[in-house]
Design a protein around this ligand. Structure first.
Ligand code: GAP
Length: 448
């Protein structure tokens, strides 16, 4: 991480450039709810697509699913959420601020020092009513994790996908938790997106698969450019484990607020399938036709937050560097995550340049996410592209009209080369697909 990155700087850049806005801002905002702007929605989608690509599309042993947010209320009884998905809540008797008792260092209000109430268990699930009558029978919950939709569909998926175990089922979607102390921008919110995969295995092979997925998940972050020095794996102590887990390891990231959980990889054993078999009365065991064995599968679960991953990628990419005596802020995002891959910038708004610049943009936009920008000075436009992490800017100048060549500027090295328009798409494709961003590798062979 750049020495310079703070949460305040990230919040400010996100607002300034259209990554993330506060929800309902014109009404004073809604606490800890955030909206992704035009640049942010593309970036966030790239994070989710990269996860889906690595977890589903490039594997034979994982399939996808998309479940509804509201589920039968018994799901949450079976899963243990009604009973135990709660945090100990205390309230200040003076200023009435609410706190999580397990996160306090002293038994006094951190805000005003006032006396606190005795802790009481506060269930984190959001409740609502389904249908026109608001009575107990109509209560439904907004899901606090996407995982349960996967467990209750286990049999449907196995039958219809005609896959054998080990088999993973992946899902990306919104989850809701009425967190007592949300905060730190998008790190902890009440509405967030999860990227979860439940990997069903034969009991006895679970520990091996647990290690396998812990390694895979670590590699996913580094393969997208996250710096290894900002990542670590932290094994949970036995007394920290969730009620369903036999083992858990967190991928932690060095956020501006310190080391914090990015993702958890848990060995959930057969807890969930056993509970859903019990509560639904439906046998969810699996029959292996090759070995003639019937068993209740164990589950390894890599569970990541899409918003939290996005925040970590932003923090990791955020860089301030001195260029010709001025500070340049640049997001050194991996090209796969960058919201805009190529910006097309005519040197000025001159009417002679526009047709060619538009033509170049039309040519590129079939292959890449591009942005056409002819407002303000070229320096300001470069600064904007640096701040949203655009790997390449293509500039069209008056010489371009004569020789049909354009200039490409590399975000990280600031190197520039000219090349014929007809080589642009292929060159950019090669460069965007490459891992290395150094000047040499970037420009080797770029000229026709
Ligand atoms: N199914 C297991 C499960 O939900 P979790 O550790 O509670 O496990 C998994 O959540 C991930 O979801 C976390 O590592 C984090 O990235 C994300 N997450 C959880 N609560 C969140 C919140 N309030 N705001 C943003 N992300 C959250």
């Amino acid at each position: 991480m750049s020495e310079a990155v703070t949460m305040d700087k990230l919040v400010s850049l996100c607002k300034r450039r259209g990554f993330i806005f506060q929800s309902s801002e014109i009404y004073g905002g809604l606490a800890s709810c955030w909206d992704y702007g035009p640049v942010g929605v593309e970036f966030q989608r790239n994070v989710k697509n990269a996860w889906w690509r690595s977890m589903v599309e490039t594997r034979d042993d994982v399939v996808g699913l998309d479940c509804s947010i509201m589920m039968h209320p018994t799901v949450w009884k079976a899963s243990g959420h009604v009973e135990s998905f709660s945090d100990p809540l205390v309230e200040c008797k003076v200023c009435h601020m609410r706190w999580r008792a397990d996160q306090l260092e002293k038994q006094a209000c951190p805000s005003c020092g006032g006396e606190l109430t005795a802790p009481r268990n506060f269930n984190l699930m959001f409740k609502t009513f389904m249908g026109a009558v608001e009575d107990d029978a109509a209560v439904v919950f907004l899901r606090p994790e996407t995982a349960q939709g996967i467990f209750v569909n286990f049999e449907n998926v196995v039958t219809t996908s005609r896959k054998r175990l080990p088999l993973g089922i992946a899902q990306i979607g919104k989850s809701f938790r009425n967190e007592i102390t949300p905060g730190n921008f998008t790190f902890r919110t009440r509405e967030f997106e999860q990227m979860e995969m439940e990997f069903f295995v034969k009991p006895g092979t679970d520990e091996e698969w647990f290690r396998y997925w812990a390694d895979e998940r670590y590699k996913w972050y580094t393969s997208l450019g996250m710096r290894p020095e900002n990542l670590r794996m932290r094994e949970h102590a036995k007394d920290e484990l969730a009620h369903y887990a036999k083992a858990c390891v967190d991928v932690e990231y060095l956020f501006p607020i310190g080391w914090s959980e990015l993702e958890g990889i848990a060995n959930r054993t057969d807890f969930d399938l056993r509970q859903h078999s019990k509560f639904s009365g439906k046998d969810l065991s699996y029959f292996d036709t090759q070995t003639n064995e019937r068993f209740l599968p164990y589950v390894i679960e890599p569970s990541a937050g899409a918003d939290r991953s996005a925040l970590a990628f932003l923090a990791d990419a955020y860089t301030e560097e001195e260029v010709e005596g001025a500070v340049r802020t640049v997001l050194k995002l991996h090209p796969a995550l960058a919201p805009v891959k190529v910006a097309v910038l005519p040197l000025s708004k001159n009417e002679r340049l526009s047709p060619m610049a538009r033509e170049v943009n039309d040519k590129l936009r079939h292959s890449f996410a591009t942005e056409y920008d002819d407002t303000q000075s070229i320096g300001r436009r470069y600064r904007r592209q640096d701040e949203i992490g655009t790997p390449f800017c293509v500039t069209i100048d008056f010489e371009s009209l004569e020789d049909n060549q354009v200039t490409i500027r590399d975000r990280d090295s600031l190197a520039q080369i000219r090349l014929p328009v007809e080589n642009l798409v292929d060159t950019l494709k090669t460069k965007l697909a490459g891992e290395a961003f150094g000047t040499d590798s970037l420009w080797a062979g770029a000229r026709a």
